[in-house]
Design a protein around this ligand. Structure first.
Ligand SMILES: Cc1cc2nc3c(=O)[nH]c(=O)nc-3n(C[C@H](O)[C@H](O)[C@H](O)COP(=O)(O)OP(=O)(O)OC[C@H]3O[C@@H](n4cnc5c(N)ncnc54)[C@H](O)[C@@H]3O)c2cc1C
Length: 549
């Protein structure tokens, strides 16, 4: 992913398709189009997956709650969406096995009646996933339940265990953008589409792309493409209305937050599903990188210009929700970090846009006849591939091109030769501790050797960035050179998941990462200091708002 070369390409070439937005939808659509042999540009305002796509619950699922609602409300739309999710689950797992794995989820129950109810529901869920290899749901008695989750409340009767998938959402999205780049797409992050140039009938001819990096001194590019594809998730309405001011808003953004706590509260490999909160939601408690993620919430959100960060009252809500299920409760002081994202929900006909729990999670493709803009609306992480396929089918129609989808069995960058035992070779060859070797192998897949080859030139690059975490200095160099990391937050929040694992440790490691990035990217001392202060200040703000130190 070479920024200079891609900028040159964007300046000089005319593309078949320009995809706007580098989240799961846009990066997936760009890969879909590039693997069909089309000439593609992918433009992202912040970083790849900087918004919702790095802030999900990280489940690859059909949605147990949607299945329940489909039956309770006889809602075939919800059922279709569950089926889509379960069908796509296997491709997500198969195409990047280093970044997505099966996950066992345990639903604790408090009576025999609940055990029967949830067993029946989860067996039905498995029935809709008929053609995949994940184990089916099973009931676990009290003893077996406590063997797996010893921290549960003693009042739990038994549990039902079922399987879904889990992914590292930010690195998965990056792998999509990287794979699109390797398939020929010109990808660019930190560059926003700010306006369109149109012909007399209102059809879009080109878009103005403005660099958001102060170091690029207001760089502007006029990108020409035959079709523009809007994949801006919760921000879709702004681009739709920029293309055609007569369009009406269709997205109802809904905020969801998560907190992270130490692993001791959920020591096993399995996740937990809390089937019912006081406001009728489900909450997940999920192991992630040796910590535990708890979430999520669902509230309407109206300030799209502001990051939807974790608020103190939301910490209270999530801790309270866990109360009946755990023998030892995490407290506010145990919280390591938190994050919030915005669901790009589409308002269904007749639905109340403020009741975000009732809005559709399925996707829709819209073609605006006047401007020619093709928009991909709604959807979820799990179905990103199908969403990309549907939107690029529509774009191909506009282009009058016939080209079939190639993505069902397309390995993403790092996935092809990955094996979960690869870390053992890395330990021997590079004399690495097990946790570091595992981390590098799991995050970079078959590109792990490329990361570690950097240490041949400088032994210091095997050094940890923080004594308690497996991140090493070589990753800073690699992600700048090969993965278009250009800011401190690109590295801490998305190339690695450091920011999610601990706000405190992130702050402690900012100066050393800034030194490495400054040398690679040619920052002046003044630019380095500004970048350090901005990012440290941001983390302090998150801590204050969440009431967490
Ligand atoms: C709390 C929460 C939990 C979730 N959990 C799950 C889950 O477990 N499983 C699941 O399947 N789904 C889950 N989802 C849904 C899933 O995360 C989203 O559907 C998905 O990430 C949306 O991706 P997107 O690409 O459409 O949007 P985004 O990731 O928001 O990407 C849109 C991108 O467009 C860019 N952009 C905007 N305007 C411009 C412009 N003018 N120029 C250039 N770029 C622009 C933005 O910077 C952004 O990066 C969850 C969502 C939330 C909020």
């Amino acid at each position: 992913m070479n920024r200079k070369e891609n900028i040159q390409q964007l300046k000089t070439e005319t593309f078949d398709i320009c995809v706007i937005g580098g989240g799961a939808s846009g990066a997936g659509a760009a890969l879909e189009a590039a693997t069909r042999g089309l000439k593609v540009a992918l433009i992202e305002r912040k970083d790849f997956s900087a918004e919702t796509s790095s802030r999900s619950t990280k489940l690859i699922h059909g949605g147990v709650r949607y299945l329940e609602q489909a039956f309770k409300k006889l809602d075939f739309g919800q059922l279709k969406q569950v089926k889509h999710g379960l069908e796509e689950r296997k491709y997500v797992l198969q195409n990047a096995p280093h970044l997505a794995q099966p996950l066992a989820l345990i639903t604790p129950v408090f009576s025999a009646f609940e055990a029967i109810y949830f067993s029946a529901g989860l067996l039905l869920y498995g029935f809709f996933a008929k053609n995949d290899s994940l184990p089916k749901a099973q009931w676990l008695n009290k003893k077996k339940t406590f063997e797996r989750i010893p921290t549960l409340s003693k009042t739990v009767h038994s549990s039902v265990m079922y399987y879904d998938g889990q992914l590292d959402d930010a690195r998965y999205c990056l792998a999509l953008a990287h794979s699109a780049d390797e398939a020929g797409a010109a990808t660019l992050n930190h560059a926003a589409i700010t306006s369109f140039t149109k012909d007399q009938s209102g059809k879009i001819l080109s878009a103005t792309v403005k660099s958001q990096l102060p170091e690029e001194n207001g760089l502007e590019i006029e990108v020409k493409a035959k079709v523009f594809v809007n994949c801006t998730g919760p921000f879709s309405d702004a681009v739709r209305i920029m293309a055609n001011s007569e369009e009406k808003a269709r997205i109802s953004p809904s905020k969801g937050v998560h907190i992270l706590i130490p692993k001791e509260f959920l020591p096993g490999k399995e996740a937990m599903l809390i089937p019912k909160t006081k406001d009728g939601r489900v909450v997940f408690v999920i192991p992630f990188e040796n910590k535990v993620i708890i979430g999520t919430t669902d509230t309407p959100y109206y300030h799209l210009e502001k990051e939807p960060i974790l608020e103190s009252s939301e910490v209270d809500y999530l801790l309270e929700t866990m109360q009946p299920f755990f023998s030892k409760m995490p407290e506010r002081k145990d919280i390591l970090s938190g994050f919030g994202g915005l669901r790009p929900l589409i308002t269904a006909k007749g639905a109340n846009p403020n009741d975000t729990k009732s809005l559709l999670r399925d996707h829709a493709v819209e073609v605006d006849e006047k401007s020619g803009l093709v928009s991909l609306l709604g959807g979820k992480w799990t179905t990103y591939r199908l969403m990309g396929q549907d939107v690029i089918d529509a774009a191909c129609k506009e282009l009058n091109v016939e080209a079939e989808s190639q993505t069902k069995n397309h390995f993403l960058v790092g996935g092809k030769n990955y094996n979960s035992d690869n870390f053992k070779n890395l330990m021997n060859t590079y004399a690495l501790p097990e946790d570091v070797a595992k981390h590098i192998s799991e995050k970079y897949g078959d590109r792990a050797e490329k990361v570690l080859a950097l240490t041949h030139f400088d032994e210091n690059l095997t050094k940890r960035l923080h004594a308690e975490y497996p991140f090493i200095a070589a990753e800073v160099i690699y992600t700048v050179r090969e993965e278009m990391a250009v800011s401190l937050r690109d590295f801490f929040a998305r190339r690695t998941r450091f920011e999610l694992l601990s706000w405190k440790a992130t702050k402690q490691s900012i100066p050393s990462v800034a030194d490495l990035m400054a040398a690679e990217l040619g920052w002046t001392n003044e630019q380095k200091t500004t970048n350090i202060n901005t990012y440290s200040g941001m983390i302090s703000h998150f801590q204050t708002q969440a009431g967490v130190q």
